[in-house]
Design a protein around this ligand. Structure first.
Ligand code: OVM
Length: 406
């Protein structure tokens, strides 16, 4: 029994005792998601004293209503109005307009379609070379040898980092994504020995470390132009280094996992490569790399009949919204012909993923390069999970490629 009607004067909605940051939940969230969606449009998670929403309609509506469901009090479980953040808050993820409007416009210009056209050739060459290597090997761990390798090669180069120290990027992202949840063992483990990692990340954000012309250097150009101050510039570079790696690693990993476990879908992609791009949206819907984010209410608000007071943390289950059968028929089915318009994997509204064109480009190029060479992708062993308070991660993914006849 995980559900009861809370006695007054508690929250005016059903209560769940589920812990969305427990090993059991994070290891296999989908049964819990169904339970949470079915409780009510809005529920109270008494383990943490926060509200939650897991149906697509309410998650989407809350993401769109940034004036009521703000980000400036943190996108994690902690309310910045009550406790100081462990790191200086993001100038992008954890701010509201008008600051957000300014920083966001700088970032979306740097990560625009025109910018993608500039990096496309380099990214393509690397995707092709990597596909050549892994298909020749035949059997690989698709995490260590593919999903981590590609973003860690192309993205830091595009940002303009030097060659040293890149091994700090994934541990840092892993830690930040854990920090949006409670300080549980998963989080504690990821912050152990973090000091040098954090220091390295902060060092890379200063102008003199960044190759002229790269994405990072272009952030500093916006400082020169007077659009942002120096603190904002450094922190926006930090956003790129935080949000740009672990997310795309798991996006690629989840794509490989989806196709390896659905051979008919790989065949469908081989038959019609025009489906490549939309197939990534289906991967994102089916296994969303970013599973949850918090918002904080700026006023009393009524949602689907429940009154939520001002100053409440609300946990939005993006991954659960993406498997809501009220929105997506047969949501458990991975089907690349589905057009999952309106999935919440990149969020929605003013905070929707500003780096999504990079993610889309990376996955498109990897799938294209593999598609040219691979007849069948299959599991070569049991994948293992890596638990993270926010991200849906795969720890190891043994994969066998059967090459196309030359
Ligand atoms: C940031 C940031 C960090 C993590 C995630 C994210 C998904 C942004 O520092 O701006 O967006």
């Amino acid at each position: 029994m995980t559900q009861s009607i809370h006695p007054l004067p508690g929250p005016a909605c059903p209560v769940s005792h589920v812990d969305p940051f427990s090993d059991a939940f994070l290891g296999d969230p989908y049964g819990f998601h169904e339970e949470l969606r079915d409780i009510a449009p809005v529920f109270w998670l008494d383990r943490y004293g926060v509200y939650g929403m897991a149906r697509h309609a309410e998650v989407q509506a809350s993401l769109m209503d940034w004036e009521t469901f703000c980000s400036g009090r943190g996108a994690g479980i902690e309310d910045f109005a009550k406790v100081k953040s462990w790191r200086p808050p993001s100038k992008l993820l954890e701010v509201d307009p008008p600051i957000h409007t300014r920083t966001r416009s700088v970032m979306s210009r740097i990560l625009s379609p025109a910018a993608m056209r500039q990096v496309r050739e380099t990214f393509t060459a690397r995707a092709e070379a990597l596909a050549e290597t892994v298909v020749a090997k035949g059997e690989i761990d698709a995490i260590k040898e593919l999903a981590e390798v590609f973003p860690l090669h192309v993205f830091p180069d595009a940002v303009g980092l030097g060659p040293e120290g890149r091994e700090n990027l994934l541990p840092f992202g892993n830690m930040v994504f854990n920090s949006f949840g409670p300080p549980n063992a998963i989080f504690q483990e990821s912050v152990a020995n973090a000091k040098p990692v954090v220091q390295w990340i902060y060092d890379q954000c200063s102008r003199d470390r960044l190759r002229p012309g790269g994405f990072g250097s272009q952030v500093w150009d916006a400082f020169d132009a007077g659009e942002i101050d120096a603190d904002e510039a450094a922190t926006l570079v930090r956003s790129m280094l935080t949000a740009g790696l672990d997310t795309t690693v798991n996006g690629i990993a989840n794509a490989i996992y989806a196709f390896a476990t659905h051979p008919d879908q790989w065949r469908a992609l081989r038959d019609d490569s025009a489906l490549i791009r939309q197939s990534f949206d289906e991967v994102l819907r089916w296994e969303s790399p970013v599973q949850t984010f918090f918002r904080t209410t700026t006023r009393e608000v009524e949602v689907a009949g429940t009154t939520i007071p001002e100053g409440q943390k609300v946990l939005l289950f993006l991954g659960a919204a993406n498997r809501d059968n009220r929105k997506f028929p047969e949501p458990e089915r991975f089907d690349i012909r589905r057009r999952p318009i309106g999935h919440a994997a990149f969020g929605a509204g003013i905070h929707s993923c500003v780096g999504q064109l990079v993610a889309r480009l990376e996955v498109e190029l990897i799938l294209t390069a593999l598609l040219k060479r691979v007849d069948v992708i299959e599991l070569a062993g049991e994948p293992s999970r890596k638990l993270n308070n926010t991200l849906r991660c795969i720890g190891s993914l043994p994969i066998r490629f059967k090459a196309l006849a030359a």
